[in-house]
Design a protein around this ligand. Sequence first.
Ligand SMILES: Nc1nc2c(ncn2[C@H]2C[C@H](O)[C@@H](COP(=O)(O)O)O2)c(=O)[nH]1
Ligand SMILES: [Mn+2]
Length: 240
Amino acid sequence: MPGSIYLNDSGNFELKNKIHESDIPTMTELEWRPENNIPEEIKAILKEEQPNYVLSVLNIVQLLKTQKRTGWVDFGINDCESIADHMYRMGITSMLIKDPTVNRDKCVRIALMHDLAEALVGDITPNDTAVDKDEKHRRELSTIEYICNEYIAKYNPIAAEEMLQDWLAYENISTLEARYVKDIDKFEMLVQCYEYEKKHNGEKRLDQFWSAMKAIKTDEVNEWAADLYKRRTAFFESLK
Ligand SMILES: Nc1nc2c(ncn2[C@H]2C[C@H](O)[C@@H](COP(=O)(O)O)O2)c(=O)[nH]1
Ligand SMILES: [Mn+2]
């Protein structure tokens, strides 16, 4: 038993089997890493004679189809949408943008890429105190680089670079398209929020989510959101 205390021959207490410095994992060894959080059967594909990288990418995306969106589960809505559901509807919404200066196809790509890292990192809500913003960013960036470099690039390096850039554009809001997709991320969530409030006949007021209205910056998506909020207000008025 490492570290147990005993009385030595000279009558002094001593620590048996001292825990050596090298036994204690360093912070780096303890830190969250994508390769330690990917299902073994997906990681095993990398060791095959002829790995099927396309299949492994679809296996990773499956984790988005099965993981529910935490924000709703936190409010007891357990039969809720998955992360993939959310991104799919954002892709469709991106096709509707009327602003002629926006590359809608680019928006669709960014929408379908923006939460891909959550396949391994999970869906962390803004008020999750367990993982701060910097750590969330570190985990998601290391994960998207891992997926792009270890899986996608092994089949199609051009696609891997494009997909990484799409994700980075969203993360850094570095393009007009990313700005629209950031807004659509909030708008799609609010549409879903209102759909759940109606489904529960107003018994679940999800007021906390509606503060996201303030985060919407583009005129076009703000118009969508304003009409949605008017409808939601009228709905709750009708219940009085
Ligand atoms: N409780 C709250 N949860 C929120 C809020 N805004 C987003 N969310 C949830 C929705 C998702 O489950 C998760 C992250 O969403 P992303 O699309 O950004 O990955 O957080 C909120 O205001 N309150
Ligand atoms: Mn999202």
